[in-house]
Design a binder for this molecule. Structure first.
Ligand code: G3P
Length: 217
């Protein structure tokens, strides 16, 4: 399973990259705003900085909600850097824009996906990635992981190449369960990646090894 980090924070991105396990980055307008990045020029410059920090795909989201606007913005984003993936919302014009970009060989990520039907549409439109938001489904007492399982089954039934990018991942158990049920990618905060490192038996075992080594030296 690929690990993407879901943030626009350059320090978190660098830390995940330094760990050597990072395959890409996802962002959205809320994550940009959280870092105080506002205004088109600043946002575009920030995407370039992110691309310079990592070697994998970097999802950059359009703001327009009409087809022409999405195509215009998506083309500008794709022209920024070869690592950019154009992120489009799951609405009718987003599906049309996805088809437009996939026909042109531009990578796409269809976001704000909350149902298997939406994921099927994204795959039919040739999306590179589909982003089901599992944490937000959990928030409303609906099992987000069940949606990943349903999409996995549908894509496998027909050999769709669209990669399932589990999004709105909040913690380590989301990461582990996504891996168990065959999500292609997960995107979450830095803590969902570094949290995988932690085990008290690792810490106590290492302390004991070092203590015993010191006795003989
Ligand atoms: O990848 C989607 C993500 O940014 C949404 O996460 O935690 O706001 O539901 P969250």
């Amino acid at each position: 399973m690929k690990f993407f980090i879901d943030t626009a924070n350059l320090s978190d991105i660098s830390e995940a990259e330094a760990l050597g396990v990072l395959d890409g980055v996802t962002t959205n307008p809320s994550l940009m705003a959280k870092e105080g990045i506002t205004g088109t020029e600043n946002i575009l410059a920030h995407y370039t900085k992110i691309c310079d920090l990592v070697s994998g795909d970097v999802s950059a989201e359009v703001i327009a909600t009409d087809l022409d606007g999405m195509i215009k913005e998506g083309e500008a984003l794709a022209a920024l850097h070869p690592q950019i993936v154009v992120k489009l919302p799951m609405i009718a014009d987003g599906v049309k824009a996805c088809k437009y970009f996939s026909d042109k060989g531009v990578k796409t990520n269809v976001t704000l996906v909350f149902s298997a039907g939406q994921a099927l549409l994204a795959a039919k439109a040739g999306a590179t990635y589909v982003s089901p938001f599992i944490g937000r489904l959990d928030d409303i007492s609906t099992d987000g992981l069940t949606l990943i399982e349903e999409i996995r089954m549908i894509y496998d039934n027909y050999g769709f190449q669209t990669q399932i990018l589990a999004a709105s991942v909040r913690h380590t158990m989301h990461v582990i369960n996504c891996a168990k049920i065959g999500s292609d990618v997960m995107t979450g905060p830095l803590s969902s990646i570094t949290g995988l490192l932690k085990h008290p038996l690792t810490d106590s075992g290492l302390a004991k090894f070092l203590e015993d080594y010191a006795k003989g030296n």
